[in-house]
Design a protein around this ligand. Structure first.
Ligand code: FAD
Ligand code: UDP
Length: 375
């Protein structure tokens, strides 16, 4: 055996695991289907700006170990995510907080805002008659009421998921904070930021001194590659590993329309959500605001924006968000039963576990897997 580990995929899962194993003296080979490493955190420099090629990525966590691990390898900036919603030309701060309530109804104190929300949600609460909300629409209406649901949730959610709010699970909306303070920080986590110089710095440092073969699809060279290593960490799609023999697991995907503009500042914020159903894209990302703050925004006379169009995934497209409905949950269990029978293969990460992992939980999972390997 030439290697202790063959690591399939150079996203955050593969790269973190490879780093930890390499640090412990293990011989690792990383193979990556794409022409570059990094998986979905990969950035491309366009007009001097780090463009998040596969969608905007903000690292946020309460886990100090993960935060310190990342910062020891690639220091993070002080970016705080504070998206703005544009509904028919009027702007509202997110997540739902005193600024939003003031913009929506002109209320200025928490007591006034609470009273207004009580009035807004009363109809929906009455209709539930004591039972739990059974879908996203009921959950949103009983949480924040009619105006916020109609202006800031309904259109955005239906565009993002391609389904009516009545067909979506309630839990999706529960992760949005509701605050009675003037605080536009989208996340409740203690630590938040973006690696200075972009995510490639983090990935390149994790993979430093490790053999990496890009443009190499494991599934096309399965036998030959497997024979090189004692164990495989597979981070590609679970159904692809089994040649889709039970059918395809479904995803939502995103189409990005990226433009370089000859102005220094297009929308004044990294993220603007378009919450009206009639606007075809869900949001516009202006990448420079992830890394330049205050007057530094004007150092570069150009800017790069990406409009995001959420779409149903078809084979051949990039798989982004797992669709956790009943069909896919059943299929996942069947594939997991097949995976459990594979010897010397660990299935890990967003695609191999068919699970929506944020970056910090991905790193945590890689750390856990490595600690299990060590023992
Ligand atoms: P991936 O990054 O998908 O890496 C898997 C790698 O395996 C890919 O490089 C792929 O090319 C490779 N591969 C697949 N099959 C094969 C094969 N057969 N042979 C060789 N290589 C193969 N997280 C946050 O914390 N904050 C955010 O703001 C955030 N925003 C996101 C926005 C979008 C649009 C998406 C889709 C995700 C976002 N995430 C965010 C989640 C984040 O991208 C994931 O947590 C992270 O990418 C998971 O890493 P991974 O290695 O499991 O998967
Ligand atoms: N959401 C919304 N309006 C917004 C932003 C989010 O209705 O302006 C809803 C949408 O349904 C989304 C959910 O809140 O799926 C969770 O938001 P988050 O930002 O966590 O989205 P995700 O991580 O799913 O992209």
């Amino acid at each position: 055996m030439q290697y202790d580990y063959l690591i399939v995929g150079s996203g955050l899962m593969g790269a973190t695991f490879a780093y930890l194993a390499h640090q412990a003296g293990k011989r690792c080979l990383v193979v990556e289907r794409r022409s570059h490493t990094g998986g979905n955190v990969y950035c491309q420099e366009v007009a001097g700006i780090q463009v998040h090629q596969y969608g905007a990525h903000i690292l946020h966590t309460n886990n100090r170990d993960v935060w310190q691990f990342v910062n020891a390898i690639a220091e993070c900036n002080r970016y705080t995510n504070s998206p703005v919603a544009n509904y028919q030309g009027k702007l509202y701060n997110l997540p739902f907080n005193m600024n939003t309530f003031c913009q929506m109804w002109g209320v200025t104190t928490p007591a006034q805002a609470k009273e207004k929300i009580e009035e807004q949600r009363s109809d929906a609460v009455r209709k539930l008659a004591g039972r739990q909300p059974s879908n996203l629409e009921e959950q949103a209406l009983t949480l924040v009421g009619k105006d916020i649901f109609e202006r800031l949730i309904k259109g955005y959610t239906e565009k993002q998921w391609g389904r009516s709010c009545r067909e979506l699970p309630a839990f999706i909306i529960r992760r949005l904070p509701l605050r009675f303070v003037f605080d536009n920080n989208y996340f409740n986590d203690r630590y938040q930021g973006i690696p200075i110089g972009g995510y490639n710095k983090l990935i390149d440092s994790l993979l430093q001194d490790i053999e990496v073969r890009v443009n190499t699809d494991f599934l096309e060279h399965r036998q030959e590659l497997t024979s090189l290593a004692g164990k495989v960490l597979y981070t590609g799609p679970l159904d692809a590993y089994f040649d889709y023999q039970l059918g395809h697991l479904q995803y939502r995907t995103v189409r990005f329309e990226t433009e370089v503009l000859d102005i220094p500042n297009y929308q004044g914020n990294a993220v603007v959500n378009y919450t009206d159903r009639n606007v075809p894209f869900t949001r516009i990302i202006e990448h420079k605001h992830f890394e330049k703050f205050g007057s530094a925004v004007y150092d570069n006379p150009q800017t790069v924006i990406s409009r995001e169009y959420s779409m149903e995934w078809l084979p051949g497209m990039e798989p982004y968000y797992p669709v956790n409905d009943e069909r896919n949950t059943v299929l996942l269990r069947e594939y997991q039963a097949l995976a459990a029978r594979e010897e010397n293969v660990v299935f890990a990460g967003r695609l191999a576990e068919y699970k929506y992992y944020d970056m910090a939980p991905t790193i945590e999972r890689a750390m856990l897997l490595w600690s299990q390997e060590r023992t």
